[in-house]
Write a protein that binds this ligand. Structure first.
Ligand SMILES: Nc1ncnc2c1ncn2[C@@H]1O[C@H](COP(=O)(O)OP(=O)(O)OP(=O)(O)O)[C@@H](O)[C@H]1O
Ligand SMILES: O=C(O)c1ccc[n+]([C@@H]2O[C@H](COP(=O)([O-])O)[C@@H](O)[C@H]2O)c1
Length: 284
């Protein structure tokens, strides 16, 4: 497989190999889950989100999951702690290498400019429903429902003035909707309070085993020379070691300390590891 550093948009092809092209229950609506984020680095919780969402969809909705994608933000996002896109894409690819249904799509990360999430979801809709023509049901073809998969902190940022364009929130929640995984430190009711007009397109998933891993904590452990084993997949541990990522603040990173609505994590570095805050709006 070409590493992301060798890939350019010119030779990009949509990764469709793990997308199930035939639905097993024709009455159901095929669903593809898209997790957008920094993934700096990817953790087991990010992977676990897909499993939680698939269970939730199976037991509580009329959807049938036919595929799932990780999409890393590009370097222009310039969030604190963001290592270069090529590393994040490579780590995500390693993390899903053994998965039969989760893929890594480098398209967003290959862009030099920042791409809003609405555009990223449009890309998946185009590739899956327009180019590939959706999925076969046995009774004809059906378009897939493309949905955003995110943690509660991300949906909370939709209520934070200035982070998202109002028109994008409407566009995303009307046309795609979101599967939201509860997250320690985020009040889900509060996070959803301003999103009531779209509530029929927002599915909230309880974490039955509370898991508070965050990339921020993983980076903090690495800077303190502490183990991150069993917080992130082993090939990702090895990749981080090989490339000496996150050893110090800024090395191999995109360089900025602030980005689209994101602050520095310097304050957290001063705290003992156990007190490091959660990420996202709570402290990412
Ligand atoms: N522990 C968690 N519980 C629920 N959702 C999570 C958790 N960790 C990450 N997510 C979600 O995963 C997606 C990608 O997150 P992101 O890459 O920002 O990870 P993060 O751990 O929050 O990173 P950072 O600590 O750098 O802010 C987001 O939608 C985020 O809400
Ligand atoms: O599209 C937007 O306007 C927008 C505003 C804020 C955040 N996002 C996306 O939400 C994700 C947030 O990731 P993170 O790591 O900052 O929690 C990332 O994929 C961003 O591109 C997108």
């Amino acid at each position: 497989m070409a590493t992301q550093s060798e890939l350019t948009l010119a030779d990009y092809t949509f990764p469709a190999a793990r997308l199930r092209r035939r639905i097993s229950t024709p009455a159901r609506t095929p669903l593809v889950l898209i997790a957008c984020g920094s993934f700096s680095p990817i953790t087991f919780l990010h992977l676990r989100m897909f499993e939680m969402a698939a269970d939730y969809a199976r037991f509580n909705t009329q959807f049938e999951v036919v595929g799932a994608y990780l999409s890393c933000v590009g370097d222009a996002y310039k969030k604190t702690g963001l290592v270069k896109a090529e590393h994040r894409v490579n780590m995500c690819s390693l993390a899903v290498a053994q998965s039969s249904w989760i893929s890594m799509d480098p398209w967003e990360a290959l862009h030099a400019e920042y791409l809003e999430t609405a555009k990223v979801l449009d890309h998946f809709n185009y590739e899956i429903n327009e180019v590939l023509g959706g999925v076969e049901t046995g009774e004809g073809r059906k378009k897939c429902h493309i949905a955003l998969l995110a943690g509660a902190d991300l949906i909370q940022t939709m209520s934070t003035p200035g982070v998202w364009a109002e028109s994008d929130i409407d566009y995303i929640l009307k046309n795609f909707g979101a599967f939201i995984v509860e997250r320690t430190g985020t009040d889900i009711d509060e996070a959803l309070s301003t999103l009531q007009p779209w509530k029929s397109n927002i599915w909230v998933i309880q974490q039955l085993v509370q898991n508070d891993i965050s990339s921020t904590k993983v980076r903090l452990f690495l800077r303190r020379d502490m183990s991150i084993r069993y917080l992130v997949p082993e090939p990702v541990v090895q990749y981080i070691e090989e490339h000496e990522l996150y050893d110090d603040d800024g090395a191999a990173s995109t360089g900025s300390r602030s980005g689209k609505g994101k602050g520095a994590e310097g304050g957290q570095e001063a705290k003992p590891a156990g007190e490091a805050g959660s990420s996202g709006s709570g402290g990412g």
